[in-house]
Design a binder for this molecule. Structure first.
Ligand code: MOS
Length: 712
């Protein structure tokens, strides 16, 4: 069961079209919802007139702020209105909800909702958010600061003053759109037990339920979340999008309702990866020891908090990458602006921070006249290294093994014939990566599973209940493999109930590369517990187990010391690029991606995660240039926001899977789904430097930017 490449049971349905995604659940007779969006970045609502919309044939209701029982929600803090009543703070703010008997009627009537606005000054630049004259996005807070995360260790200024070499760097990264294939959609209705059922897509059943119950003012048991087949998430479904709108309409009208967002609505209305600007100084001694890092990072959180607070902590923690630095002075800020809200996206702040840290380490090596890989060997984290937060790292620090394996793998590859023309410059680049696995900084981390064994002499059926979302990453097969292995039964014997908040206990979210470890461990422990009951002749044998990860802590308010994480994953990559110095275009030729996954539960799924994340990393690094102008989206569709296709991905991706067992994970497995995204951009930057002698510091490396760097 463990380590093989069992085929995905859901694959056939997804390929043939038989799988039912949220949009496939819509049935004749359901009412259709259409959101009236603000389409302006900052304005006061002076008048809202729904008369004409309500009068339109087929319209059943037009809901506004006054119809929302508790008009505030959010993953971390409830600062976002369900429907705006007074002020809109970004173009995707929702102002009204039209409910009609057909999609067409809802759409026409949405255009008949009259809203008179008085425009307010637009704050479109995160760097200005904390200046005294900046417009306040949430005036009642008195500041545009969402969160400030300082990290202090040793005395960075003193160490920089006595370092043999100090290098300065400035970096910027762009928004990234999740671009999942399946835009937001779903249905909702009230069932015979007076529960509101929301059948949709998401990353965490029980958190969706918590927020919706709060919005509707209902006990959680009266709200049921069910997930259909999910077409990708990548962090983009952590925040509510359509779920609470569906719930509100179904609850108010007591009729089944449905919604499907267009790609344009999806792009405008769900959060993005944070753009982050980083300024830093790194100090080293002539012998290669990195002695100090001082860095400031500002992340554009957009109009609402979402998970900005947690993302910016991750940025702060990883501004020194995976290197043991004795003196650190870091300040990371997340701020409000009138741009699109920013939140979770695969990597959760780590890609932005480590773009800067990995490039700085390589630049330091060049300035010292050292091999960048040698400088890494001197400074990389090792077992027992102190984190920036002054505590030893959790056990299992394998980044050195990842890097060494990357180099030995590279040595086995044949050299390619030289580029076909003199304007094509080819070179390899390298980078390492680190990412926390699971929830951080004291956030309660648990997963709960129930296992029930039926049969007489032998186990005829094992029912595993765990509310863990399969967003396409393959978690459901992994959990069944783990249960089957622990129970020593066939895969077919294991039935998984995972997609209904009323039928399965809380496993936490499909995020932070955590489900294989956390949900996997809960299923593993519950399976062994049920087996003990079975051996005691219980029929059926049934047990519920909550697995709690080793505790983490918030950082001390004065010393900033603490234990932010209970586990990390590590990676190293080598990327070969070819730069066309006439067009500025970059082709990725070959990639070696090395990952310590503890134990590959399903080898093909691990490879799938590596290849998928690399495609996303390639887009992030070279193509995906999400742009806003004065709070308006300048890249509203997939014709202006370019994501990679199969033709952009290299024919050769060499995935190297290391299995250095994690002490906590089920069968030693540790999470890995975010990691391939982290070293990629700095490895490409390094390769471009090695090919052309110029450093690029602003992501993405579009042809225009490459040319500007080559011919300033
Ligand atoms: Mo994720 S960015 O941990 O959903």
């Amino acid at each position: 069961m463990i380590g093989t490449s069992l085929p995905r049971p859901d694959a056939t349905g997804k390929v043939t079209g038989a799988a039912r995604y949220p949009g496939d659940l819509i049935e004749p007779g359901m009412l259709h919802l259409k959101v009236v969006f603000a389409h302006r970045p900052h304005a006061r609502i002076v008048r809202l007139d729904t008369t004409a919309a309500v009068a339109y044939p087929g319209v059943v209701a037009v809901l506004t702020a006054a119809d929302v029982p508790h008009n505030a929600y959010g993953l971390v803090e409830p600062d976002q209105p369900v429907l705006c009543g007074e002020v809109v703070r970004f173009v995707g703010d929702r102002v009204a909800l039209v409910v009609a008997t057909s999609r067409e009627a809802a759409e026409v009537a949405a255009g008949l909702v009259e809203v008179a606005y008085e425009d307010l000054p637009v704050l479109a630049d995160a760097a200005l958010a904390l200046t005294p004259d900046a417009p306040l996005i949430h005036p009642e807070r008195g500041t545009n600061l969402i969160y400030h995360c300082p990290i202090r260790k040793g005395d960075a200024e003193a160490a920089l003053a006595t370092a043999d070499l100090v290098l300065e760097g400035e970096f910027s990264t762009a928004w990234q759109e999740h671009a999942f294939l399946q835009p937001e959609a779903g249905i909702a209705y009230v069932d015979e037990d007076d529960r509101v059922i929301i059948h949709t897509a998401g990353q965490w059943l029980h958190e969706d339920r918590r927020q919706i119950a709060e919005v509707l003012g209902l006990p959680e048991a009266q709200v049921v979340i069910r997930y259909a087949a999910i077409g990708g998430a990548f962090g983009g479904r952590e925040d509510l999008s359509v779920q609470h709108l569906l719930a509100l309409a179904a609850w108010k009208l007591r009729q089944p309702v449905a919604i499907v967002w267009s790609r344009g609505e999806s792009v405008m209305a769900h959060h993005k990866r944070h753009p982050v600007t980083i300024r830093c100084r790194w100090g080293a001694m002539r012998d290669g020891r990195i002695v100090a890092v001082s860095a400031t990072a500002i992340g554009d959180g957009g109009a609402y908090a979402s998970t900005s607070q947690e993302v910016i902590k991750c940025v702060a923690l990883f501004l020194t990458g995976c290197y043991e630095v004795p003196n650190i002075h870091v300040d990371a800020y997340a701020v409000y602006t009138n741009n699109l809200p920013a939140g979770a996206f695969r990597g959760f702040g780590a890609p932005q921070a480590q773009f800067a840290s990995e490039v700085m380490v390589t630049r330091l090596a060049h300035a010292l006249g050292m091999d960048p890989l040698e400088l890494r060997r001197i400074n990389l984290y090792r077992e027992g290294s102190l984190e920036p937060t002054q505590q030893p790292l959790p056990a299992g620090v394998s980044v050195r093994t990842c890097l060494d394996t990357c180099l030995t793998t590279l040595a086995t590859l044949p050299a390619l014939p030289p580029p076909a023309a003199p304007h094509l410059k080819r070179a390899w680049g390298f980078a390492c990566g680190i990412k926390n696995l699971g929830y951080s900084f004291g956030f309660p981390e648990q997963a709960t599973a129930t296992v029930e064994l039926h049969g007489a002499a032998t186990i005829a059926q094992a029912i595993v209940r765990i509310g863990a979302a399969d967003v396409g990453q393959g978690t459901h097969l992994i959990l069944r493999q783990i249960a089957a292995e622990a129970l020593n039964v066939t895969l077919e014997t294991v039935q998984l109930i995972a997609e209904d908040s009323a039928e399965a206990p809380n496993a936490g979210s499909a995020s932070a590369s955590r489900l294989t470890m956390m949900a996997g461990r809960a299923v593993h422990d519950a399976a062994l517990g049920a087996l003990r009951e079975w051996q005691n002749e219980e029929r059926p044998a049934r047990i519920t187990v909550q697995y709690r990860a080793p505790a983490t802590t918030p950082l001390d308010a004065v010393t900033t010391a603490g234990r932010p994480n209970y586990a990390y994953g590590y990676a190293a990559q080598a990327v070969e690029v070819e730069v066309d110095i006439i067009t500025g275009q970059i082709r990725i030729v070959r990639i070696i991606s090395v990952h310590d996954v503890g134990r590959a539960i399903n080898r093909q799924q691990v490879e799938g995660q590596i290849e998928g994340a690399l495609a996303q990393a390639l887009g992030y690094t070279l193509m995906e240039h999400f742009q806003m102008r004065e709070g308006r989206v300048a890249t509203p569709g997939l014709s202006t926001y370019l994501i990679p296709t199969i033709l952009d991905t290299p024919p050769e991706i060499i995935s190297v899977i290391l299995e250095l067992a994690d002490p906590e994970g089920p069968y030693g497995a540790r999470g890995m789904a975010e990691l391939p995204l982290i070293p990629f951009a700095p490895a490409v930057a390094d390769a471009i430097y090695n090919a052309t002698g110029v450093w690029l510091s602003d992501l993405p490396f579009t042809p225009e930017r490459v040319l500007r760097a080559l011919c300033p």
